[in-house]
Design a protein around this ligand. Structure first.
Ligand code: ADP
Ligand code: MG
Length: 223
């Protein structure tokens, strides 16, 4: 479960990016966060990743109080989360296979395990045929599938996505949204940020709308 209570974030420049935000996301839930540019969506994800500290308020992710977490534990905490960005962030000199495998190599997963897990994950995201390709040889939608595979390869409890369809045409954007929904149905808790309300309207899931750092609407959830 993800719980934010009365979270505020004021940047040093005085920007109040998040204002008295309280939110609970249950295990296994998928929540879309929408709102125009500058409404605080990315700041919210950075707070959850502990890339930023809240100015006040409390954030608890799967029973871990981020405010009380020792600094040395933060890298381990981040590895429990999968993250997907708008700009894919793939390693351009590595193949599709190696981009996904990399996330396992850095935590010391043995090669014989990687040889099983990576093809399985590429199958899930529909990219089995492209395992030898380099990112530059892929479409945007395919690159995002690689990024999603990489984010999921270590079986995170939570997946955070910041405008994952922002660089895609509407066909690919819908495909990626449906892939995320499918992955959620397998049990991963998910927060997906998008500035496009239209994008999530037909998904019939929980949609949280932010405006100027605050939640102004929260509808469609199971609660
Ligand atoms: P969104 O992702 O919804 O577009 P952000 O969370 O990026 O919104 O930004 C929310 C507000 O905080 C905006 O006014 C933005 O200009 C400001 N902001 C974002 N990052 C920083 C930063 N590093 N320093 C100062 N202000 C920031
Ligand atoms: Mg943003």
């Amino acid at each position: 479960m993800i719980e934010l209570s009365h979270v505020n974030k004021v940047y040093s420049e005085g920007n109040r990016a998040v204002k008295d935000l309280s939110l609970t996301i249950d295990d296994g839930e998928i929540a879309f966060i929408v709102g125009r540019s500058g409404s605080g969506k990315s700041t919210l994800l950075k707070l959850l990743l502990k890339e930023l500290e809240p100015t006040s308020g409390r954030i608890v992710v799967n029973d871990m109080d981020l405010g009380k977490m020792p600094r040395r534990y933060v890298p381990k905490y981040r590895r429990k989360l999968g993250v997907v960005f708008q700009d894919f962030r793939l390693l351009k000199d590595l193949t599709v296979f190696e981009n996904v495998a990399f996330a396992q190599r850095v935590i010391g997963v043995p090669g014989r395990v990687i040889r099983d897990t990576v093809p399985e994950m590429l199958r899930l995201v529909g990219l089995s045929a492209k395992y030898k390709a380099y990112p530059a040889q892929l479409s945007g939608g395919e690159q995002q599938r690689v990024a999603i595979a990489r984010a999921l390869i270590n079986r995170p409890e939570v997946l955070l996505a910041d405008e994952p369809t922002g660089n895609l045409d509407s066909f690919n954007a819908h495909e990626i949204m449906h892939l995320l929904e499918e992955i959620n149905q397998r049990g991963t808790t998910m927060i997906v940020v998008t500035h496009s309300h239209e994008m999530v309207q037909q998904m019939k899931k929980r949609v949280i709308t932010m405006e100027r750092g605050a939640v102004i609407q929260d509808e469609g959830g199971s609660r």
